[in-house]
Ligand binder design. Structure first.
Ligand SMILES: *[C@@H]1O[C@H](CO)[C@@H](O)[C@H](O)[C@H]1NC(C)=O
Ligand SMILES: *[C@@H]1O[C@H](CO)[C@@H](O)[C@H](O)[C@H]1NC(C)=O
Ligand SMILES: *[C@@H]1O[C@H](CO)[C@@H](O)[C@H](O)[C@H]1NC(C)=O
Ligand SMILES: *[C@@H]1O[C@H](CO)[C@@H](O)[C@H](O)[C@H]1NC(C)=O
Ligand SMILES: *[C@@H]1O[C@H](CO)[C@@H](O)[C@H](O)[C@H]1NC(C)=O
Length: 399
């Protein structure tokens, strides 16, 4: 094969790190440069089938469009499946489902790891995101998924702005984690728009997610960040089809959104998710008909930058504690990294779930296992193959 070297320098693409010296070019495979044929793949071989599931025709002018369909990639190990239950990977939608494949620095991702272990793997793009893009823009208006500062300060280089004390331990991101670094650039380039209509998103994920599970059978859900809103909705809607939820730093903090330092409330804390774990209705017992009057919350704990206060249900107003009987049927496993903002507030899930009668809850802090220095996208970081074994052990234990 004849390989031309002359086309390789793309320095004219301002701000994007695809420029490299022609002498180094044959081996320069960092970030998006690895797209070049000369760069050897680190991935494994597997079979791939693609589906769009759970959509419905809706009238549009004199014809129809399709709405609410879910993009599903079915990945099958080359040597066949030898594990009893499939894995379904759910991203928050800031990167689409592609985030589970090769990492931004072109190492194996978690989907590939599990394929190598003989699992049937499904990757979805959440509805109205990525390849699940919706044409019905009146129902699914789009918003920007993320910005460079959200990525740098929250995910890839929190140690620079120090929004919480534990950020100083962050050292597992490959590269320097900021704009201009080729690995950061490759990561950030995967950012796609999200819908601003969380109601439509949650309703379609609840329906589409359980439609998928109805077809593939009882499965493990591996959900990252706000993807855990959808693992909660699927647990509520079709608990018998969810073997367990593996929640990687769940983003659906009960009743609140928290970022950065608690000492700046306007920046650090906003009210969110009136149904506790979701924007849309969950099954409570006794039933909740009006979240304002029935799900009354109280703040518990002292709010500090290293350990945030939480919101749980009041046991004196709103008719007492309402439990989550459907969600309680599904084992809930949560994983938290030592240098992520989540180390300051993931205990709020434990307080809320325990109060709401969800008893099969396991919380794994990677730091307690000597796996230190990770941020919110730990499954892409340098030690991702050590971390994945911890998640795999929790799956094996329940299989
Ligand atoms: C957050 O608080 C820490 C002290 O814990 C302080 O050093 C840091 O500057 C604060 N960061 C921001 C972004 O306010
Ligand atoms: C990160 O690396 C890039 C590329 O070398 C450089 O432009 C940028 O200044 C570095 N950022 C920091 C904070 O060191
Ligand atoms: C959001 O979605 C809901 C449910 O599909 C729909 O009723 C509502 O009109 C949508 N709102 C906006 C602002 O698009
Ligand atoms: C819920 O209760 C509040 C307070 O009584 C009331 O203002 C609101 O209209 C009620 N919402 C619904 C949907 O009934
Ligand atoms: C009621 O909730 C408060 C926290 O708001 C807690 O301190 C107290 O122990 C609870 N009481 C009961 C009976 O659960």
């Amino acid at each position: 094969m004849k390989v031309s070297q002359s086309f390789l320098c793309a320095a004219s693409l301002a701000g994007i790190s695809v420029c490299f010296s022609t002498t180094a070019s044959a081996t320069y495979c960092v970030g998006i440069n690895a797209v070049r044929p000369q760069c050897k793949t680190q991935e494994s071989a597997y079979y791939r089938d693609v589906f769009f599931l759970g959509g419905q025709y809706i009238p549009s002018g004199t014809s129809f469009i399709m709405s609410d369909q879910l993009y599903v990639e079915k990945l099958t190990p080359l040597n066949g499946v030898d594990k009893p239950y499939p894995l379904v990977f759910i991203s928050a939608g800031i990167p689409s489902g592609s985030v589970w494949l090769n990492t931004p620095d072109n190492r194996k991702g978690w989907a590939t790891y599990f394929l190598d272990q003989g699992y049937q793997v499904y990757i979805i793009d959440i509805t109205a995101n990525g390849r699940s893009g919706q044409e019905d823009l009146s129902k699914y208006p789009l918003r920007i998924g993320s910005t460079v500062s959200i990525h740098e300060d929250g995910f890839t280089a929190p140690e620079i702005v120090n929004p919480f004390p534990q950020s100083q331990g962050h050292n597992q991101w490959p590269g320097n984690g900021t704009k201009g670094d080729p690995i950061f650039d490759a990561f950030f380039a995967a950012t796609v728009p999200l819908t601003s209509n969380k109601t439509a998103l949650e309703l379609s994920m609840r329906a589409g997610g359980c439609y998928l599970l109805g077809l593939i059978g009882e499965s493990y859900l591996i959900a990252h960040s706000n993807g855990a809103s959808y693992s909660a909705l699927m647990s509520d809607e079709c608990p018998d089809l969810v073997r367990a939820t593996l929640n990687l730093e769940p983003g659906n903090i009960p009743f609140q959104s928290l970022i950065g330092n608690s000492t700046t409330p306007a920046v650090g804390r906003t009210t969110a998710r009136p149904w506790g774990l979701t924007e849309t209705p969950l099954t409570y017992d006794p039933p909740v008909t009006n979240v304002t009057t029935d799900l009354v919350t109280v703040e518990v704990g002292v709010d500090t930058p290293a350990l945030r206060s939480c919101f749980i249900q009041s046991n004196t107003t709103g008719g007492g504690i309402h439990t989550l009987p459907q969600i309680a049927k599904v084992p809930y496993v949560m994983f938290t990294a030592s240098a992520s903002p989540h180390i300051t507030y993931d205990h709020c899930f434990i307080s809320y779930l325990s109060q709401a009668g969800v008893t099969d809850v396991t919380w794994i802090k990677f730091g307690d296992l000597g796996l230190e220095g990770n941020g919110h996208f730990f499954f892409l970081e340098v030690n991702n193959m050590e971390l994945v074994k911890v998640v795999e052990a929790e799956i094996e234990k329940r299989s």
